[in-house]
Design a protein around this ligand. Sequence first.
Ligand code: ADP
Length: 307
Amino acid sequence: MTKIFFLGECMVELRELDDATMGQSFAGDVYNSAVYMKRCYPKLAVAMITAIGRDRLSEKMLSRFNSEDLDTQFVFQHPSKVSGMYFIETDSAGERRFTYWRNDSAAKKVVQFLNDDVVEQLTSADMLFFSGIPLAIIEQDSRVAFWQKLEHLKLAGVKLVFDPNYRAQLWANKADAIEQFNKAFQISDIALPGIEDLNVLYGISSAAEAIDFFQQYQLEELVIKDGPKSVVTLTGTDLQSHKIIPVTNVVDTTSAGDAFNGVYLGARLSGRTVSEAVQLGAKAAGTVIQHPGAIAPLAAFKQAMSE
Ligand code: ADP
């Protein structure tokens, strides 16, 4: 069975329903991708690598992982830390605002659970996906160990996949993020950057500039997401620009890129061509943005994907 690990953080999401009531769900970039991959490709073994707490909400999160059919063998429960949380609100101008409680989350400690024995077990994976968010949150003194573990997995034949999701507030400064992202590009086999993130960090404003930038790295597959404009892929010397059908009824773009990533990679692992995988990833992303929140309701998502 083909096996993919998603390494990162899932958080408790709070959203105001009315003055007295909060709606609560779970979200986080790598988790969102894992969910959409598994929903579309149930034959793939999709696993989370993260640390959560032992509190009630962490237990509920673990149950949610299980109900989404994600493998939780490498979901570690920290004895004293709890899971991170955020509150999402839409201000009077229609802009989304996030307030986070994640500075002391269990997920920041994930590297300490990845001992040699665990890393050896992780070598059974075909692919490991990580993003700029786990790079931002893992503790500074775990970084050297983190890169060594990834290096070990790569040498064992696990394909490493990176999405440079950038959240400025999680980093001390841009230079630090750039240094860590460059390491990630260096070690990765596949990268799935969005132009917006590349723009903030590297001043890249088009897919063509991104292609030039990535010449310095040895990526097997490069997938550049540019919102509704296009997806540009480079596989070996095969450069393709794929048209995206813009969605007119955009409700909430949260996790568009995550849905794309999960479904694109699932399609590729299931033998689809790059072009087919882009269309499937785009269809998933185009569906997710017509629903509020990171995770679209299962029935509506499955229905849209089957059309
Ligand atoms: P990221 O969230 O990683 O920055 P993008 O904003 O480029 O990525 O969005 C990811 C994918 O979501 C795009 O490649 C596209 O397939 C889809 N998408 C985003 N916005 C739209 C839109 N307005 N209409 C249709 N598809 C969209």
